[in-house]
Design a protein around this ligand. Structure first.
Ligand SMILES: Cc1cc2nc3c(=O)[nH]c(=O)nc-3n(C[C@H](O)[C@H](O)[C@H](O)COP(=O)(O)O)c2cc1C
Length: 350
């Protein structure tokens, strides 16, 4: 069976993907990850109005710094959409205008299986089947639903440790990856479906040891968000980045919750989803019964204070990050992070 890197000819084994992170994964980060032999994803998220602009900026970076091994059919980049909030018509329109569509389109958090089906078929026809369909799923049931209605080329298996949004009821990668792969493969075989999807693991992977672990579990590669929050090319406030560098012991210091969505007004997520972020005063006040209006007022003040809103001791601003925060110790170039993850750069740990 062909390895996953055969479908993305500029990439190197093991495949490292930079997850689409809304507002954070822009053209520079995506280009740097792809240029190092990974695959970077631009985050369209729930708002596709900047998609064409971001793709043009990516193309300009590509002309200035070409990536060897790129085919002329597709751009060496992916685009991630959050389905419950993004406009399918506008997205399809933007993608169908492209001579070279992105090599991969990442679909996440549909509000129904019909929505997922419409996106998968809409993207496939808009890109004349050139863009591979990646679907991020957080449990085995999601994967079977996706296999039935969308036949993903790639399943992104999102474990409980993942930063940002995911299902409350997901498991850790160590049990989720093998069960999900076995179940999807036998489901497809029983249906006489001869496709051979690939599997990428996401959630809590932050260094070469994590990558080796998910390869041992049967995954074809790794997708990371939290580690790339400390990339030089990430579009991120210094206060946010510093808070990620400072946080340790992610099982204790982060939580999956809807508190930050409510405070920021990013509501509308399907009911089973929450965002994992660093616990701070906003969360503590919400659970200790401070009225929402009061908490929201304090949040707005923190927002106005800029980077101070993340300052240790008085932090209130949202710091979406996964349980691997404790392994993120320094800011580095995204390309070096990719090489570290593949074991090509040795990192001194203690
Ligand atoms: C700050 C942040 C923003 C995220 N935004 C998105 C997003 O816009 N779309 C998406 O599909 N996933 C998003 N995710 C989740 C990632 O796709 C992925 O599941 C997660 O980052 C993997 O876990 P890790 O953070 O431990 O690497 C986000 C994650 C983080 C940390």
């Amino acid at each position: 069976m062909a390895s996953i890197t055969a479908s993305y000819p500029w990439t190197t084994t093991p495949l490292i993907a930079g997850a689409p992170m809304r507002l954070i994964s822009g053209p520079s980060l995506a280009h740097a990850i792809s240029a190092a032999g990974g695959i970077g994803f631009l985050a369209a998220g729930t708002d596709v109005s900047t998609l064409s602009e971001n793709l043009s900026a990516f193309k300009s970076l590509l002309s200035a710094s070409p990536i060897p091994g790129t085919s002329s059919d597709v751009l060496p980049v992916g685009v991630g959409f959050i389905l419950w909030g993004a406009d399918l018509k506008l997205s399809v329109q933007a993608l169908s205008e492209l001579q070279e569509p992105p090599a991969a389109v990442w679909l996440f958090a549909p509000s129904s299986s019909e929505e997922l089906a419409s996106w998968a078929s809409g993207i496939r026809s808009a890109t004349k089947n050139k863009s591979k369909i990646w679907v991020q799923v957080s449990c085995v049931a999601d994967a079977i639903e996706a296999a039935t209605v969308a036949e993903p080329d790639v399943f992104v298996i999102q474990g409980a440790d993942a930063g940002g949004h995911g299902r409350y009821s997901s498991a850790g990668l160590i049990s989720l990856v093998p069960e999900l792969i076995d179940t999807v493969l036998s489901y497809n075989a029983n249906r006489g479906n001869a496709s051979s999807p690939k599997f990428i693991a996401a959630g809590g992977i932050a260094d070469e040891r994590g990558v080796n672990a998910i390869l041992a579990l049967g995954a074809d590669g790794a997708a990371l968000g939290t580690r790339f929050l400390a990339a030089e090319e990430a579009v991120i406030r210094k206060g946010y980045q510093d808070a990620v560098l400072k946080a340790i012991d992610g099982g204790n210091s982060t939580i999956r919750t809807d508190v930050y969505d409510k405070l920021r007004g990013t509501t509308g997520w399907p009911k089973d989803y929450g965002g994992r972020g660093v616990i701070n005063l906003s969360y503590a006040d919400a659970v200790s019964g401070v009225p929402f209006e009061e908490n929201e007022k304090l949040y707005k003040l923190a927002e106005e204070s800029g980077d101070q809103g993340w300052e240790a001791g008085s932090a209130r601003m949202t710091t979406y990050a996964g349980t691997a925060v404790g392994l993120v110790k320094k800011v580095a170039k995204a390309g070096d992070i990719v090489k570290e993850l593949r074991g090509e750069i040795t990192v001194k740990r203690i």
